[in-house]
Design a protein around this ligand. Structure first.
Ligand code: ARG
Length: 597
């Protein structure tokens, strides 16, 4: 990772403080909040006064002197970087940076699309659990956020240099599987899968389609809510499935296969992919060893026939409800599969970090699973975290629904966003003369950008109100606005090229370009903050500000009228770097840019 200017300056100032026998850390330099007085400032002299170093103004002056004279290494570096230093009462040190240094730094950053962000972190494995779709249920608006946020995080962590493994963690092992088996048995009792004496093999062809499953599931689930007997049968079927009854396993595999095919279509539309398509069922081989260890270490106890992990404080008071591992009938639960999956991720896959990008309404569940994991000592080698998110609400402030009050399917939501994109594109007369297939491609990309940016721009733990019309605007903090800005810069560069104005080396940064250059140089710090907080809204904010900054630069600076060719080439290069960073940043959010619109 390339050091930032702040880091370089802090190092120089730190050495100067050290030469006065003051702590190195006091040299911390930050961007100035008064750009008229300086580009950067160091406030260490005031902090030094608190440590008993005396009058801060005098200290600040001594630091400036040290920079010039007695800290030779620092002074040398300082000469390259610093244009002008000022001491201001009570003891601020303001400085302007050399403008050629700024251009130089940006050139270095822009050598690769990593913009100085990437590190070699390939020994650090980060597993990201997101998506979490359920077999036989089509995805709805509730699956939108986990897909969008999880995907952005996997891209950003990978970009930063981590070894990332994402896993869809299919919901394929709970009672809904027993309900499906029961539901199908009612409809087609003669299927070979229900014949207890048949030992296999079973047909390759699935006896059901996804449409069948989507009918059977809600119906059975409805019965189970009111009918004790139906619920009992579903429970029994689930248990038999978990215990390995061959016909049920074969049937289950068909359910999974037909569901995954549809899920892949929906994720494909969103441009979201996973390294692993494992499910809760894959935790099965780890359940027994896990339970054995929990019993052996006396972490779990028997309670009314069930196996549970109680969570108690020193006084023996329960601090939260216990984690139920095995019900009295022997069936395992959602928490059991999650703990067993974590067991696999930590012990076998050796993941140092495991992130769960899952709805905030599951906080209690993860608290219990993680507390049990801590008791097993998983936290000795690994960090696991519920990187949760808030709810997508309708304008009434309640979870978003269709007009008729039903659950909004993800597929339908994407179609709605596409319709809105087509409408807005036509209204703004964008690409009216483009070929039809390009128009369709643009509408699709704009729609995805709309949904993703609207979601990611909010700090993930907050709820937000779904307002498609607002999200689809070409003005304001929206996906379409950013796509338009990228296309605009691309068009500027194309037009320049057409008259032989090409990009060249970056020259000295004048006042017109300073704000834009500083903004571009912020990128690595923004990526780090995003990684640290698992919060892509920091990146969204940066990209929006960058796009705005470009607009004001472009207004001030008439690139095509610039008589000095070398300077014109430098300004075009700056525009190009800006375009590349916007494009890279959007790609990290899972948003594809457009060449033109
Ligand atoms: N399938 C679950 C649901 O729909 C989400 C799974 C989240 N991931 C996890 N490891 N629990 O609620």
């Amino acid at each position: 990772m390339l050091p930032s200017i702040e880091q370089e300056l802090s190092d120089i100032f730190g050495q100067a403080f050290q030469s006065l026998e003051l702590p190195f850390e006091l040299g911390a330099v930050q961007r100035s909040n008064r750009p008229d007085l300086g580009d950067f400032q160091c406030n260490g002299a005031m902090a030094a006064a608190k440590l008993g170093a005396g009058n801060p103004f005098v200290t600040a002056e001594k630091i400036v002197e040290a920079l010039a004279n007695n800290a030779p290494a620092a002074a040398l570096r300082g000469d390259l970087l610093i244009e002008k230093l000022d001491v201001v009462r009570p003891g601020f040190i303001n400085l302007f940076i050399k403008t050629d240094y700024l251009a130089n730094k940006l050139s270095q950053f822009a050598v690769s699309n990593s913009f100085g962000c990437a590190e070699n972190l390939s020994d650090h494995k980060v597993m990201i659990d997101f998506g979490g779709p359920n077999v036989a249920k089509s995805m709805h608006v509730g699956h939108l956020r986990t897909a969008i946020i999880g995907d952005a995080l996997q891209r950003i962590f990978r970009f930063k240099g981590y070894k990332v493994v994402s896993d869809a963690h299919l919901g394929d092992w709970g009672t809904q599987m027993g309900m499906l088996i029961q539901g199908l048995k009612k409809r087609q009792p003669d299927l070979i899968y229900f014949d207890e004496h048949h030992t296999g093999p079973y047909p390759q062809q699935s006896p059901v389609t996804i449409q069948d499953l989507e009918l059977i599931y809600p119906e059975e689930s409805g019965f189970c809510k009111t009918d004790q007997q139906a619920a009992e049968k579903a429970r029994q079927a689930t248990l038999e499935l978990q215990n390995g009854r061959a016909g049920y396993r074969a049937l289950w595999q068909h359910f999974v296969n037909v569901s995954v095919a549809t899920l892949k279509r929906d994720y494909g539309e969103l441009g979201v992919s996973f390294d692993l398509w494992k499910g809760e069922s894959d935790a099965d081989p780890f359940i027994q060893p896990l339970l054995d260890e929990l019993v052996e270490k006396a972490i779990s106890i028997q309670d009314q026939g069930a196996l549970i992990v109680p969570f108690r404080d020193e006084e023996g008071e329960n601090i939260m409800p216990p984690l139920i591992l095995r019900k009295s009938d022997g069936a395992v639960m959602y928490g059991t599969t999650d703990l067993a999956t974590l067991y696999e991720r930590v012990r076998d896959d050796k993941a140092q970090t495991v992130l769960y990008v899952v709805d905030g309404r599951q906080q209690q569940h993860f608290k219990q699973v993680f507390a049990a994991a801590d008791l097993l000592g998983f936290n000795q080698t690994s960090h696991y975290e519920h990187s949760y998110f808030g709810t997508v609400n309708g304008k009434d402030g309640k979870p978003f629904k269709t007009r008729s009050g039903g659950v909004m399917k993800l597929h339908d939501l994407i179609q709605m966003a596409k319709d809105e994109a087509r409408k807005k594109l036509a209204e703004s007369n964008f690409g009216s003369d483009f070929p039809e297939d390009e128009k369709e491609d643009i509408a699709h990309k704009v729609a995805i950008a709309t949904l993703k940016f609207a979601d990611l721009r909010n700090f993930r733990i907050k709820d937000y109100i779904f307002d498609l019309e607002k999200f689809s605007e070409f003005e304001g903090k929206t996906g379409p606005y950013l796509l338009m800005q990228v296309a605009r810069i691309k068009s500027i560069l194309r037009k320049a090229k057409a008259v032989d104005a090409v990009t060249g080396d970056l020259l000295e940064t004048t006042d017109n370009e300073k704000a834009l250059t500083f903004r571009l140089l912020d990128f690595p710090a923004v990526i780090d903050r995003t990684v640290e907080k698992k919060a892509p809204h920091f990146l969204c904010e940066h990209l929006y500000n960058l796009a705005q900054e470009f607009s004001s630069f472009y207004q001030k600076q008439h690139i095509m009228n610039e008589p000095n060719k070398a300077r014109q080439a430098s300004l075009l290069r700056l525009s190009e770097i800006c375009m590349l960073q916007l494009e890279q940043g959007l790609a990290l959010l899972g948003i594809e840019s457009l060449e033109r619109m």
